[in-house]
Design a protein around this ligand. Structure first.
Ligand SMILES: [Zn+2]
Ligand SMILES: [Zn+2]
Ligand SMILES: [Zn+2]
Ligand SMILES: [Zn+2]
Length: 413
């Protein structure tokens, strides 16, 4: 790099800050090109609705020098993540010699965009494409990721069925319509599998319909739709969630812990069957996971204390974000929506109601390149809602009323 060339310092840092790396990027090489992968494996390995990455613009040796835990994602791809807080930081790709050109390195590194610094540059990153949208069946999150950032051309971000090089383009809106039509004839099971990529966390979610339908709307947990009894799923741009999941916006759903169970064991007939004993509140869960002689069915479930009263549960083998738990609401957890295996597809609308047009913690990204990304995702989801005639959800009304009330109280002093 010429010494008089303008450059920016780009940092990749995990949530607990133990792992951090900074490199200088010439502004002439911006925006960095990001790709979002919507494949089933990526959803189950982040706990969110996709993974997103850019080629790491710094030296590989510095990445190798970090003390990261590795998870073999495929024969050529490894995820490097922080063993303490589970933030996925890099993909390492190893390519056989016959696929490399000239002096290309055997190992290349791509950074998860969620762990990157939020530099005050509007053109830091551009989303070039969505890959493996075919895996979502219903279009997944691609439906609200078509017009991102400063989309000067007006052309939607291309969506590929699988790899960008050898698959056709797909239309996520058409996929959503096809999935909706199909679901008119498919019964929705009461038990939905919930698991990380490696199945080191392997659970089931009871939808709780029988229980919820006996209750008055006012008795329902705030995250249960009063008319359909589906579960709320939302958009979270907070610093901690995006860092620990490695993606810029995390999509959580919510459940009572009493509706979570161990998945039935397929390997051993001696193991207790499902329906027995997953901790039913966050205090018991914390004790069970910390116990020296823990239930083997907890397998790779671990947690990181991100503030005094918050536990972030993850898979210690593949890094997936699983639960967010806070001591003040012991009966429930936030649950990574990418972990669900619903019959209709990745958005799991047979089970979830998406809180479209609402982004919580958008203030965390103010002033950096993410501000426009996050507001464009919110805008896309609202456009999708309006286009499809979906009413404003009860969850959004609830949130907006609360925000207005807080603002009014603040104004009164
Ligand atoms: Zn960490
Ligand atoms: Zn993928
Ligand atoms: Zn796992
Ligand atoms: Zn959050």
């Amino acid at each position: 790099m010429a010494s008089d060339e303008e450059a920016v310092e780009l940092t990749a840092q995990c949530l607990c800050k133990a792992q951090s790396i900074t490199t200088s990027v010439p502004t002439s090489s911006l925006p960095l090109q990001a790709s979002y992968c919507h494949c089933t494996s990526c959803r189950h390995v982040t706990g969110g609705m996709y993974s997103s990455c850019v080629a790491w613009p710094g030296p590989s040796a510095a990445v190798r020098a970090l003390s990261l835990r590795s998870y073999a994602f495929s024969q050529r791809l490894t995820i490097l993540f922080c063993g303490t807080c589970s933030s996925p930081m890099f993909w390492r790709e190893r390519r056989p010699e016959k696929e490399r050109k000239g002096k290309e390195e055997e190992e290349t590194f791509e950074a998860f965009t969620g762990v990157l610094s939020n530099n005050a540059l509007p053109d830091m990153i551009q989303v070039k494409d969505h890959i493996f949208v075919g895996d979502t069946l219903d279009g997944g999150a691609a439906i609200w990721l078509r017009h991102l950032l400063k989309d000067k051309s007006g052309t939607p971000v291309p969506c590929y069925r699988s790899w960008r090089h050898d698959s056709e383009l797909v239309d996520p809106d058409a996929m959503a319509a096809a999935s909706e039509a199909k679901m008119k004839h498919v019964p929705i099971p009461d038990e939905i599998p919930v698991h990380c990529r490696c199945k080191g966390v392997n659970l089931i979610l009871h939808r709780g319909i029988a229980d919820y339908s006996t209750k008055e709307p006012s008795q329902l947990p705030f995250f249960v739709d009063p008319s359909t009894h589906k579960l709320m799923a939302g958009f979270d741009a907070c610093h901690s969630c995006r860092t620990s999941a490695g993606i810029d916006v995390m999509n959580w759903t919510f459940t009572l812990l009493k509706n979570i169970d161990y998945a039935p064991s397929s390997s051993s007939s001696d193991a207790p069957s499902s329906g027995s004993g997953f901790p039913s509140n966050t205090l018991d869960l914390k004790a069970a996971v910390s116990s020296p002689d823990r239930d083997p069915r907890l397998s790779h479930l671990a947690y990181y204390v991100s503030s005094d009263d918050v536990q972030r549960y993850f898979c210690s083998r593949c890094s997936a974000s699983v639960f967010y738990a806070v001591d003040s609401r012991p009966s429930m957890v936030d649950l990574g929506s990418g972990l669900l295996d619903a019959p209709d597809g990745a958005r799991a609308e047979s089970v979830l109601v998406w809180i479209l047009g609402l982004m919580i913690w958008a203030e965390d990204v103010k002033g950096g390149w993410r501000e426009e990304l996050v507001s464009s995702i919110k805008r896309n989801s609202e456009d999708w809602r309006i286009k499809n005639g979906i009413p404003v959800s009860w969850g959004r009304k609830l949130r907006e009323e609360r925000t207005a009330k807080n603002a009014a109280e603040a104004a009164q002093g």
